[in-house]
Design a binder for this molecule. Structure first.
Ligand code: ADP
Ligand code: MG
Length: 144
C-alpha cells in the first residue's frame, strides 16, 4: 500500500454540533495524520469552485449555500491508502446508509448535512489539497 494524501473537510453542520474534536480523534485513530489544518469560511464563489464537478446536479445550489453557511475546517491527511481509508472512516454519503461507527452515521443529519467531506480518488485529492493549501502549509513528519 502507498502513503497517500487526501483532503478532509469538517463541514458547517459538524462545527455547529461541536464535534470537531471527535472527528479529529477518529482521523488519528485511523492512522490518518493531519499534516495541514485550517479554519476558513467559504464564500459562494469559492464553494461553487470547489464543488464545480457537481454544478449540473439538482442539489448544487443547496450544497453551495450549506457549505458557505458557516466556517469549515479543512485538513490534509496522510496515511497508508489514505484516500480510501478516509472514505471508509466517513461512511456513505447518506448518513442513513452509513455503516455503524462511521462519522456520517454518528454526526451526519441528512444527505446534505453529512458532517465531513473526503476526496474520492488520488487525482481529486491532489486538486482539492491544492485548492486549500500551499506546499509550505503542509508539514510531513514521522510518528515516534
Ligand atoms: P461524497 O461527499 O460522499 O463524495 P458526492 O460527491 O456525491 O458525495 O456529493 C457531494 C456532497 O453533496 C455530499 O457530501 C452532500 O453534502 C451533498 N449531496 C450529495 N447528494 C445529495 C443529494 N441527493 N441531496 C442533497 N445533497 C447531496
Ligand atoms: Mg464526492
Amino acid at each position: 500500500m502507498a502513503l497517500e494524501r487526501t483532503l478532509a473537510i469538517i463541514k458547517p453542520d459538524a462545527i455547529q454540533k461541536g464535534v470537531i474534536g471527535e472527528i479529529i480523534q477518529k482521523m488519528e485513530e485511523a492512522n490518518l495524520k493531519p499534516i495541514g489544518i485550517k479554519m476558513l469560511h467559504l464564500d459562494h464563489a469559492r464553494a461553487e469552485a470547489f464543488y464545480a464537478v457537481h454544478k449540473e446536479k439538482a442539489f448544487f445550489a443547496d450544497l453551495v449555500n450549506f457549505m458557505a453557511s458557516g466556517p469549515i475546517i479543512v485538513l490534509c491527511l496522510e496515511g497508508e491508502n489514505g484516500v480510501a481509508k478516509w472514505r471508509v472512516t466517513m461512511g456513505a454519503t447518506n448518513p442513513d446508509q452509513a455503516a455503524d461507527g462511521s462519522l456520517r452515521k454518528d454526526y451526519g443529519s441528512d444527505v446534505q448535512c453529512n458532517a465531513v467531506h473526503g476526496s474520492d480518488g488520488p487525482d481529486t485529492a491532489q486538486f482539492e489539497i491544492n485548492f486549500f493549501f500551499e506546499q509550505n502549509d503542509l508539514y510531513a513528519y514521522e510518528w515516534v
